[in-house]
Ligand binder design. Structure first.
Ligand code: TMP
Length: 199
């Protein structure tokens, strides 16, 4: 029988709502500062867009996701946990979580594990891959909202499924990239996996 399909799932922006929590906390902590509404987000890095509003705003933006509790308190993206569970139970599919921690790792790294434990359970610890270079990870599909994923392996083994987010909604998929518009019931993620399995 054919080998299992390896699916790599990104956390921030795919399972966990980084952007929503960032904006909420920024506005709570800095109510008198300018901010970027979600509809006006562009470019992967929130911090870059906030730096464009001023050096001090950029520094404040950084301080938001370096805070203790930021990563643990991210809300699951709608439908993501249900989809992840269903995917993990599929015959012939191996699911991994593939996520890049921030360089100030103190809270982020442990809270990523805690988040996964809290929302999906202990058995998911087995699936966790933390790396700053996703291109060196072996997989058939990487579902990730970051448009340009580069690193030491070019091209990577996986096909990039660009998960729609506010910041990438106008990005035209490049090369073999395909788009996935969320996890809600109309989502075509099952078709994408089925198609890949048949290649
Ligand atoms: P990933 O979604 O590719 O796994 O990487 C997300 C990581 O990047 C996460 O740890 C947060 C970090 N990050 C920044 O450092 N600055 C930003 O502006 C954004 C959006 C994410």
């Amino acid at each position: 029988s054919p080998r299992n399909l390896r699916v790599l799932l990104d956390m921030d922006g795919v399972l966990a709502d980084f952007e929503g929590q960032f904006l909420k906390r920024f506005r709570e902590k800095y109510p008198h500062d300018p901010f970027v509404p979600l509809e006006e987000r562009s470019g992967f890095y929130v911090t870059k867009q906030y730096y464009d509003l001023g050096q001090d705003i950029g520094t404040k933006a950084f301080s938001i996701y370096e805070e203790k509790g930021f990563f643990l308190n991210l809300q699951p993206i709608e439908g993501a946990l249900e989809a992840a569970r269903e995917m993990a139970e599929m015959e012939g599919v191996d699911v991994y979580i593939c996520t890049s921690p921030i360089k100030k790792y103190t809270h982020c790294v442990v809270e990523k594990y805690q988040w996964l434990d809290k929302h999906l359970g202990k058995e998911w610890m087995e699936r966790m891959i933390l790396t700053r270079d996703k291109t060196v990870i072996n997989g058939d599909l990487l579902i990730d909202d970051k448009p340009n994923i580069t690193g030491g392996m070019n091209p990577p083994m996986w096909q990039h499924v660009l998960f729609t987010s506010w910041h990438n909604r106008d990005v035209v998929p490049q090369g073999s990239q395909i788009r996935l518009d969320g996890w809600l019931p109309h989502s075509n993620w099952r078709d994408i996996l089925e198609q890949k399995r048949q290649e």
